[in-house]
Design a protein around this ligand. Structure first.
Ligand code: FDA
Length: 402
């Protein structure tokens, strides 16, 4: 490895989405920039994102799609580096994209090409990237920071922490950003797994396990947060986009409400009308018209769970039974015992508290020259390209201020 120059305008720790965006943008402004990455290769999460296709942004990305103790914090950065800015970058490199659903944009050339573009921009603008270099210690110096690193001591005027959150430790995730924040007295919002599958107690699992692989279109909600997407039964509980989305709003002990017939506003009236029109029809037959067959059977046998209801024709159901069935279909309440944790979480909720940072520059208010960007900040996007958009936007905002 060639010896690196020891004095930089900015050192960026972490060669993920936020760090690489920040590095190329800062170098484009003429700054001497180096990115130090602990893993052997940069951009590990970019490479596996979106099932290898990288859902690189969302056309609808706006502050409402982000969770943070301060819902206004993300506004400034998101307004200044928009999804169209990233699309322009891809277009300049000849990469096309497509919308999968709900504004989610995926690279037609795969995730690898997205990483190549960021690395190419870094190289073209003169930002250096060193992989396999851990930053061990940071101290404040008279005109910036001194870093003890795997390649010796490095001095820098500005330090950008872009080391991400705790999700997927096997990909190199560390809590380093939080350690540095604490060292400099910045507050932290407790990091929690988000966009993560739910786990359940044995009773609920007995219903879910045999349904592993079945997807149901539904509307899940906790309080005012609600998502219309697929729910997926798994061997360990519930997953799928609807569940991942709502998991970011979940806290232990909270129940999740699932509307299993989101297109049927009044299930009770519909069921009563059906009962009147087709009194000989079995509940299972009606259920099989609403849902995939395996779930329809489980709904009647296990969820309704009434010895009579499943075996009586609709005409034999009392009004009270009809009401109970309709309530279950519109408002199935389940309480997860937990989540699958950081090992399976797509992102980390919480992190470096926005209170301590400038929303324009991502700089610590109390520590001039120290910036935090990307997932390590307490700004967590919905599923669907929002987290990369935050990484790009916060990285760009910091770069403009270095
Ligand atoms: P990121 O985690 O990407 O990068 C941090 C870097 O810092 C890593 O390279 C790490 O090795 C390095 N590092 C950590 N500690 C260090 C230390 N002490 N010293 C030096 N380096 C250190 N989002 C989205 O919008 N669309 C999508 O399609 C997907 N898909 C997806 C799939 C999967 C499986 C996961 C796990 C996540 C996603 N995401 C996503 C989320 C997205 O990947 C995530 O929000 C961004 O990568 C965050 O970018 P950062 O640069 O902040 O952190």
């Amino acid at each position: 490895m060639p010896p690196a120059p020891k004095n930089f305008d900015a050192v960026i720790v972490g060669a993920g989405a936020a760090g690489l965006m920040c590095a190329q943008a800062a170098a484009a402004r003429g700054l001497r920039v180096i990115v130090l990455e602990r893993s052997a290769k940069p951009g590990a999460k970019i490479l596996i994102s979106g099932g290898g296709r990288c859902n690189f942004t969302n056309e609808e990305a706006g502050p409402a799609a982000y969770i943070s103790a301060n819902p206004h914090f993300a506004k400034s950065a998101l307004a200044r580096y928009t999804p169209h800015d990233f699309m322009d970058l891809l277009a300049r490199h000849g990469v096309t994209w497509h919308e999968k659903k709900l504004g989610q944009l995926f690279s037609d050339a795969g995730a690898g090409r997205i990483l190549e573009i960021l690395l190419a921009e870094c190289a073209a603008n003169g930002a250096e990237i060193r992989t396999g270099v851990a930053v061990n210690k940071v101290t404040q110096s008279e005109d910036g920071f001194l870093l003890e690193t795997g390649m010796g001591q490095v001095a820098t005027k500005k330090l950008v922490v872009a080391t991400g959150g705790l999700s997927i430790p096997k990909l190199g995730a560390t809590g380093w950003a939080y350690d540095i924040a604490r060292q400099f007295g910045l507050p932290i919002v407790t990091p929690e797994p988000a966009l993560v599958p739910f786990t359940f107690a044995a009773g609920d699992l007995a219903l879910m396990k045999p349904l592993a692989g079945v997807a149901v279109d539904c509307r899940v909600s906790i309080g005012k947060a609600a998502f219309r997407e697929n729910l997926l039964f798994t061997h360990r509980g519930l997953s799928g986009p609807a569940i991942l989305q709502i998991s970011s709003y979940w806290s232990p002990g909270a129940a999740v409400q699932i509307d299993l017939l989101p297109d049927m506003a009044d299930v009770e009236s519909a069921l009563k009308a059906e009962r009147q029109a087709h009194p000989k029809q079995m509940l299972k037959t009606w259920a099989a018209r609403q849902w995939p067959e395996r779930f329809a059977t489980a709904f009647v046998d296990t969820l309704v769970g009434d010895t009579r209801a499943g075996h009586e024709p609709l005409g034999g159901l009392s009004f009270a039974e009809t009401t109970r069935i309709a309530t279950l279909a519109k408002s199935w309440m389940i309480t997860p015992t937990g989540t699958e944790g950081f090992a399976k979480a797509e992102v980390t909720r919480g992190g470096v508290a926005t209170d301590g940072l400038s929303s324009k520059t991502m700089e610590a208010k109390a520590v001039p020259g120290l910036h935090f960007i990307g997932e390590c900040v307490d700004v967590t996007g919905w599923l669907g390209g929002y987290n990369f958009q935050w990484a790009w936007a916060s990285g760009w905002a910091a770069a403009e201020a270095l």
